[in-house]
Design a protein around this ligand. Structure first.
Ligand code: TZP
Ligand code: MG
Length: 209
């Protein structure tokens, strides 16, 4: 599937959404218009996560949605997902690329402008930069970088930058104004009563930029 980075990049969290599987969250995000979804899960036993991901990839493929798996290249390959999202402490992108081949999407998190600069020649499709704003979602999150550093990161990068960390509807416009190509959202979507409707509202906010 060709990779087009949509303006809103939702990330699942079963605990925040109070769900027993990622599939139910994915279905709502897609109903709300999501074209890319990252499945992020640090707790579920691997076998259970694998089964959930098999259902997710089948659904995503049928809907033309790129499904990205956080951390795990083995799950990307075994489930047929579209790609992997890596942190600075995960497998190096060059290694992930050699495992996954040319066609999968590889994304990388960066937390400083220096890391963004150092990532320009890596075999990746995008950089997630943040946390831009303070967030409680990631326990070990680095301190918030703020809009000024987001702007510098976007200037320094030929790769598209996805702003992440504390992004709510009211922040969408300012991260785009700072040069971000997309905004990643966890809690503002996962805590919503109606995830599909909230996803749709985020896309509307992105269109208004
Ligand atoms: N990486 C940097 S901040 C963050 C991750 C995974 C959490 C973002 O979650 P939220 O709820 O959108 O602030
Ligand atoms: Mg990781």
């Amino acid at each position: 599937m060709a990779f087009i980075l949509p303006p809103i990049y939702p990330i699942t969290d079963k605990i925040l959404a109070n769900r027993t599987n990622h599939l139910s969250i994915l279905k709502e995000l897609v109903r709300g218009g999501a074209k890319i979804v990252q499945i992020r899960d640090k707790c579920t036993p691997l076998g259970e996560l694998f089964r959930d991901l098999m259902d997710c990839t089948e659904f995503a493929l049928a809907k033309g949605v790129n499904l990205i798996v956080n951390d795990r290249c083995d799950l990307v390959l075994s489930c047929g997902a579209a790609g992997v999202h890596l942190g600075q402490e995960d497998l190096p992108p060059v290694v992930a690329r050699s495992i996954l081949g040319r066609k999968k999407i590889v994304g990388l998190s960066a937390h400083s402008v220096a890391q963004v600069r150092n990532s320009q020649q890596l075999p990746i499709q995008y950089i997630g930069f943040g946390p831009v704003y303070p967030t409680l979602t990631k326990a070990d999150a680095a301190p918030a970088v703020g809009l000024r550093r987001l702007r510098a990161a976007c200037k320094a990068s030929a790769l598209p930058i996805i702003a992440i960390g504390g992004v709510g509807i009211d922040q969408v416009r300012e991260v785009f104004n700072a040069g971000a190509a997309s905004a990643a959202v966890i809690s503002a979507l996962m805590r919503a009563k109606d995830i599909a409707r909230e996803m749709n509202r985020f896309l509307e906010a992105a269109r208004e930029r």
